[in-house]
Design a protein around this ligand. Structure first.
Ligand SMILES: Cc1cc2nc3c(=O)[nH]c(=O)nc-3n(C[C@H](O)[C@H](O)[C@H](O)COP(=O)(O)OP(=O)(O)OC[C@H]3O[C@@H](n4cnc5c(N)ncnc54)[C@H](O)[C@@H]3O)c2cc1C
Length: 463
């Protein structure tokens, strides 16, 4: 199908003002947070407003073999949304903005284009809580969260997006519209198609509506910052806290390179000999907060914590979270580039992981750093480089770390997904039989291979 005919058909479906096709305008759509700028812009971008419009667009694309990328806000970190094929169509979900809270069933019905932060705020007005909180929650969409099964700081206690998805409306690549799940608390009828689509990274269809579960808002919370002069002890404290009877709502980890980078930028007065830092939050009934803090402090003290700061004011709490929020940006002052990622290991293996990152740094003569949502075993190991030779060694070290994580029972992706960045790591985690099942599912639902080709699997078409 040539560009002119495609644009005309899209304009008939979605309206002229919702189709972008000038090259200079399309530049604004050709980005994601990992690649910043994609080399191949889409041939057109369309912003439909209803499932019916999406259905007509997909049926058209399917008939003519036009590759389709679904875009939320492009904040993905595994190149989940990368236009590799010339002639691709970008489908923006920014007009799907339905947001209804149903306090009687503890659910919300939302459009995929709603910003995650807005759902949290709307739920709070009813005394309810939508817990998933990717660090990007003030600008990413719930559709992107569902498609990547986004995690976040509070996953350690509350789980990832999938735990809160009760039902979906999905447009399949051939244009059929299906509804999965619903507002029932219990529902075991048939295969769980809702969860099949959660985390499918726009490779199986377009999510056009989401039913989310909500829970009562915790009464209060308390933030703490714990410093260690020994990396291993900090990592061990994480698994000990998890079995102490207190489940923190947040437990983040940073090593000394990150602490130093944050201190350079924010001047929070961290001791220069600190090797690791835990940022912890406990929540629940107000009457339980002090005892939760005491139990966590006790575990940390027994493992040789050199300083424990408990936030007693909103300013102190803000400092704790500022340290976490700026660490990615602060690290850019340490090196020109880095290989990073989102592997996870069982929490009792966390100490082995942080030591492995250090070892790989020494082996390949590069600087390394490590931070992450450590309470759920999810790390962001960083292999830094300042020139081409270091870049090659950092790439090698990063690959070796993924192999190590899988060898100890971990996963190559805890939250960002596989995207176009990590298909070559899939074989580390999955054998031939599992890969065959996944490719078979893709072939069944998307036989023309139009949905986000190249994402998850290396091949574009699925003969
Ligand atoms: C600073 C920063 C911090 C981050 N922190 C976290 C974190 O803590 N935890 C975490 O998990 N992620 C994190 N991320 C990654 C990112 O924000 C999440 O992956 C988020 O879910 C992406 O949402 P989005 O709206 O930007 O989606 P996009 O980036 O636009 O899309 C992501 C994927 O979802 C697909 N998609 C989007 N909408 C739909 C739809 N309606 N139907 C079908 N497929 C769809 C896309 O095709 C793509 O494959 C972070 C990113 C940044 C930049």
């Amino acid at each position: 199908m040539n560009k002119e005919a495609l644009v005309k058909s899209l304009q008939e479906i979605a309206g002229k003002e919702h189709v972008v096709f000038a090259e200079e305008d399309l530049v604004c759509y050709a980005f994601n947070a990992r690649s910043r700028r994609m080399s191949t812009p889409p041939v057109a971008a369309v912003s439909p407003a209803t499932a019916r419009e999406v259905s007509q667009i997909l049926a058209l694309a399917n008939e003519h073999g036009v590759p389709v990328m679904v875009q939320g806000r492009g904040s993905c970190l595994a190149d989940n949304l990368t236009i590799e094929r010339p002639g691709s169509l970008l489908l923006s979900m920014n007009r799907f903005l339905k947001l209804e809270i149903d306090p009687d069933t503890l659910t919300a019905v939302v459009g995929p284009g709603v910003i995650t932060h807005d759902i949290k705020k709307a739920a709070e007005r009813h005394g309810l809580f939508y817990p998933p909180d990717p660090a990007s929650f003030t600008y990413c969409t719930i559709g992107g969260n569902v498609a990547t099964d986004a995690g976040g700081l509070q996953c350690v206690k509350y789980g990832t997006t999938k735990q809160y998805v009760a039902g979906l409306e999905i447009v399949l690549p051939d244009g059929r519209i299906i509804r999965t799940g619903g507002k029932c608390i219990k529902d075991v009828a048939g295969y769980n198609l809702t969860q099949l689509f959660v985390g499918s990274e726009g490779t199986l269809g377009v999510v056009t509506e989401i039913i989310l579960k909500l829970i009562p808002l915790p009464e209060g919370k308390k933030a703490m910052l714990v410093l260690f002069d020994n990396l291993e002890n900090a990592a061990r404290a994480i698994s000990r806290i998890m079995i102490s009877g207190v489940t923190p709502s947040v437990m983040e980890y940073m090593d000394e390179v990150i602490i130093d980078a944050v201190e350079d930028v924010a001047h929070l007065g961290f001791p220069s000999h600190a090797q690791a830092m835990l940022l912890i939050e406990v929540d629940g009934a107000l009457s339980t907060l002090a005892s939760q803090v005491e139990i966590v402090s006790d575990v940390c003290n027994r493992l040789g914590a050199i300083e424990i700061r408990v936030a007693n004011s909103s300013k102190e709490t803000e400092n704790v979270w500022m340290a976490r929020r700026i660490c990615m940006q602060a690290l850019t002052r340490k090196a020109k580039g880095r290989f990073s990622g989102d592997p996870a290991a069982p929490i009792d293996k966390l100490a082995d992981c942080v030591l492995k990152v250090k070892d790989l740094g020494l082996k390949h003569s590069i600087i390394t750093a490590c931070y992450g949502h450590a309470g759920d075993g999810n790390m962001h190991p960083c292999f830094l480089f300042n020139n081409d030779a270091e870049k090659e060694r950092a790439r090698q070290a990063s690959g070796e770390f993924y192999e190590f994580v899988v060898s100890i029972g971990g996963t190559v992706s805890a939250e960002h997904g596989i995207g176009h960045e990590k298909p070559h790591y899939m074989h580390l985690q999955f054998g031939d039989a599992q890969m065959d099942i996944m490719k078979g599912i893709k072939r069944l639902i998307d036989p023309m291979g139009i949905m986000n080709p190249g994402c998850l699997f290396d091949e574009a078409r699925h003969e």
